[in-house]
Design a protein around this ligand. Structure first.
Ligand code: AKG
Ligand code: FE2
Length: 210
């Protein structure tokens, strides 16, 4: 077990009782720094692409809605620091399947960079033409984040909101089909690993398509 049962239980309870959970120290700083080195490597190789909205025939690119850059993780070729993160997500997936009966079969993950001035307007993570996304998870990697830097994750609960600072090591997760959310304007480069637990298997062709 590479993630404590306390964390797993806390996340499962949060998802069951309020449709979201936030864990502050999901990753130790050393692992955050190791993952950031992988980001640098991918940036050096110019592997990040503008993120789109929707999927397949409905895929669109619109900066007034979403301004981040992404690189999909291929789990079969993940470098060790990323593999270590994926192993934790695997443990979480198995735990949620045992305790919440969500029928999660797989997950998809991308590296994400929001450059200064970017944001992602209020949305739901399920695509109109695909309801496979069950749980959204985001692990933040911003070691220098301070109040005023922006880039908070804003969760909507009817008329209530909750803002989550994107500080390094934190994991935010929520029910993809229920919780509307947005990324507020970020004033600095904002790094994260973003993923979704799916109730369908995720084939390699799907990775290459993206
Ligand atoms: O990075 C975040 O805090 C949320 C990202 C998001 O909403 C998404 O990629 O769908
Ligand atoms: Fe989202």
């Amino acid at each position: 077990m590479n993630i404590s049962t306390d964390y797993l239980e806390f996340i499962a309870d949060g998802l069951a009782s309020q449709d979201y959970a936030i864990v502050d120290n999901f990753l130790p700083m050393e692992e955050v720094h190791d993952i950031l080195k992988v980001f640098s490597l991918h940036q050096d190789h110019d592997l990040f692409r503008r993120a789109g909205i929707g999927k397949d025939d409905n895929l669109q690119y619109d900066r007034s809605i979403r301004g981040d850059y992404i690189k999909w993780v291929n789990p079969k070729h993940a470098l060790p620091p990323v593999k270590r993160f994926l192993d934790k997500i695997d443990s979480l997936k198995d735990y949620l399947n045992r305790t919440c009966f969500l029928g999660i079969q797989d997950y998809e993950t991308h590296f994400t960079i929001y450059p200064p001035g970017s944001f992602y307007k209020r949305h739901l993570d399920q695509f109109k033409n695909d309801g496979a996304r069950k749980i959204s998870f985001i692990c933040y990697l911003n070691t220098e984040w301070e109040p005023g830097d922006g880039g908070e994750l804003r969760l909507y609960f009817g008329n209530e909101i909750k803002d989550v600072a994107p500080t390094a090591g934190k994991l935010a997760c929520f029910r993809s089909e229920i919780i509307e959310h947005e990324v507020l304007l970020s004033k600095k480069d904002r790094f994260s690993l973003t993923g979704w637990m799916l109730n369908l298997p995720w084939g390699l062709e799907f990775v290459v398509d993206k």
